[in-house]
Structures are given as C-alpha cells and as structure tokens.
Design a binder for this molecule. Sequence first.
Ligand code: UDP
Length: 445
Amino acid sequence: MEKRVIMFPLPLQGCINPMLQLAKILHSRGFSITVIHTRFNAPKASNHPLFNFLEIEDGVSEKEKDYNVMSLLAQINRNAESPFHDCLRKLLLQSQESEKISCLIDDCGWLFTQSVSESLNLPRLVLCTFKATFLNAYPIIPLLRTKGYLPVSDSEAEDSVLEFPPLRKRDLLRVIREDEVELGPFLRVTVETTMRSSGIIFMSCEELEKESLNIAKEIFKVPVFAVGPFHSYFSASSSSLFTQDETCVPWLDKQEDKSVIYVSLGSVVNVKESEFLEIAYGLYNSKQPFLWVVRPGLVQGVEWITLLSEELMSSLEEKGKIVKWAPQQEVLAHRAIGGFLTHNGWNSTLESICEGVPMICLPGGWDQMLNSRFVSDIWKVGIHLEGRIEREEIKKAVRLLMMENEGEKIRERMNVLKDEVAKSVKHGGSSFRSIETLATHILSL
Ligand code: UDP
C-alpha cells in the first residue's frame, strides 16, 4: 500500500528549504509527498515534479511583504487555520483505499496544526529547523524576561546566562526583545503542542549536540530524530524563493584557492544604511576578494544598492562581486571560498560546517545569537564580531581569518568538525540510522 506524508512548511526561506529537503529524504525512502503551502512565499511546484502541491489562503497582502517575522507568524497563524483544516480534511476524505496518509509533518512554528490533526485523527510530527538547544530553551525564555537580566550593564555583558549556556547576557536583548508581547504565548503554545505530537525531527546530529538531543527527549517526552544536516542528502537550491545569480560561479573559478570571503546575512535579517556602508568599507579595506549577497530589502528602507556611490561601487568591483542571491551551497563548496561572514541562521551555519568553511559571526537575533556562540565559543570555528558593524572590525576579522596563523587554527578545527559531521550522514552513521528509525516510526503510526 502506498504511504503518503503531508508536509506544511512555514513560508520563510529558512523553513521551506529544510521541509522540502526532508520531503526528498522521505520520498527516497518510498513515501509519497503532498505539500500544503501558503500563497505567501509559495515554493515553486514546477521544481518538484514528484510532489503534489496544494495552496491555501493566508490573508497576507503584497504590501505586507516587508515583514517583521514575529508579526508575520502571528498573522498567518491566525489566518491559515481554517483553510488548512479544510484542505487536510478533504485530503483525508479523498485518500484512496490503495493509499494511507501516514502523518502530517509541519514546522514547530505553526500553532494550530496539532489541534487540527488531532481533530482529524492524523498523527503529527514536528520539524524543528533550528538547533535543539534553542527549542529546549523555549520553556525558559519567557521566564528570563522576569529575571531582571535586562537592561544589561556593560560590566555584565560578557557573563554567561546560567539558564541558557553558552548565551552571554549581551545576547539576551536580541532573544527576549522587551517589546514583543506575543512572544510568551507563542513559545508556550509551541512547547505544549510539540509535547502532544508524535515526535520531533531535528535538522541536526549527535556530533553537534548529543546532550541537547537527550534533553529534548526529556523535556518534550516524545521520540526525537536527528536526521543530520539535510543538505548533505539534497541541495536546497530547488526551493529557493529568489533567483540565484549563477554568474558568481565562473567569477569564483577565476579566484585563488581559499582566497574569497563569502558574505550573506540570509533571507530575513536587515541592516541600517550606515551599517551597510561599514560592511562595504570593511570588505574593501580588507583587500581580500569577496562575494557579497545584497538581497533586495537587506538595507532598511532601500530597494537595492543605489545608495553606493559610483566611485565606491567601482572600487568594490575591483576586488569583489555583489549579487542579489547566490547558489549558497555551491558557493560554500567552491575551492575559492576561504571564509563566510554570516548571520548564523541554522541552515547557513550547517552548510558552512559541512563545507568546512570557517565563519565570521554577525547574528541578527533569535536563535542566531545561540548558533554564533556555538561557532565562536564552543566549537571555536569562527570569529564573533560581537555586533560591531564597523569597518575596522570587519577588516580585522577578515584578515585574521584569511591571512593569519590564528585563522589557520580556526580552519583546522573546522576541518575536524566537518569530518565528524560527514561521518554522521554516511552509511551506518548516527544521522543515517536516524532516518531509518524515522521511516519505521512513520510506518508504525
Ligand atoms: N541562501 C541562498 N542564497 C543566498 C543566501 C541564502 O541559497 O544568497 C539559502 C541558504 O543556503 C540557506 C537559506 O537560504 O539554506 C537561509 O537559511 P538560514 O537558516 O541560514 O537563514 P534565514 O534566511 O532563515 O535567516
């Protein structure tokens, strides 16, 4: 009998990529796949001819595309529940005798899906697209607000947050954000619905966070599957929402081995105009070749890089290449890349580890604050800019990573970490075995 899995990604690039990669992993294990998705940020169905796609309304209008993630999540969680319920109910009614719909797999950021799936008697598995350590902190993040950590004084800024290592107090402001009233209920519902689910799938592996994975089992009391960095099995490029500028690959071909610093702050983070200029000058002054992703919307209030003077632009082009969106995985795997100035989204962090590219950390907020601490303080495979978006700091970090002895040591540690993670996804490795267990678990539901 054919077994079908229904998948429902959150409509953000960093969530769509892992969901569709997981879909490919499950498809390769013999499952048929239906993807339910919102109209907003809809994945390109034509890139995935083997899956069925069903679109639902989300009430997000075009003008809201300049979004704040938290309010977008609140809005689509309010608007998509009833269309999702109708869509799933119809699918279950239509499912043929020859086919069983085994389960729903959706993002832990959907707040209503557990109740909907319970009402339709369909088991639900939760996909967590960030580090398990961060999901484990969901129950305590609202409590941290009341602990009087904020505001953080300069003398305490570097201290660890005891309840949330290896986070430092200076990181907290960008995690608990005093102004966000919806955060507490959002986290509580996520924890409560995840505990009622039939399991959590992490895009992670034991080699990166064995202890956190064990803690997740204790907190959520459901089966946990750490399937590995998903892009080790399938690239994310087919689920890109933006057009990838392929001209960066022939440009990289002309550069020397490990000479180029790749710069990208992902799909959501944005910077002020003044910060953008500091990055531009920092890269230029470093005298290293660079490939810089300047996504439309990266600079607050500016459509694209019209704010760079012709003079600065032509100076930048002497050493670097600027694109609107890159085929990131291919770029990181290129022999010419020697470092990654990143916002430390979990996908980007994993992609960098898997390609053995050491990082310069410039996290924007939320789980990126934690990922960057793991990179700089625990694994020691990157340099943390500590939020200093200043030309001199950026120049120093780039030169240290690419030219100096200390940078060489960071690279050596990164190669060790890369090899450990690579073992995990090979035949017999912990992630590889976890895929087997996950497939068996789904069949048993
Ligand atoms: N990405 C890409 N091209 C770019 C920049 C990013 O393909 O120019 C991809 C990247 O490979 C990753 C995803 O977009 O898979 C970004 O996810 P991440 O979790 O790193 O950050 P987010 O965008 O969610 O902040």
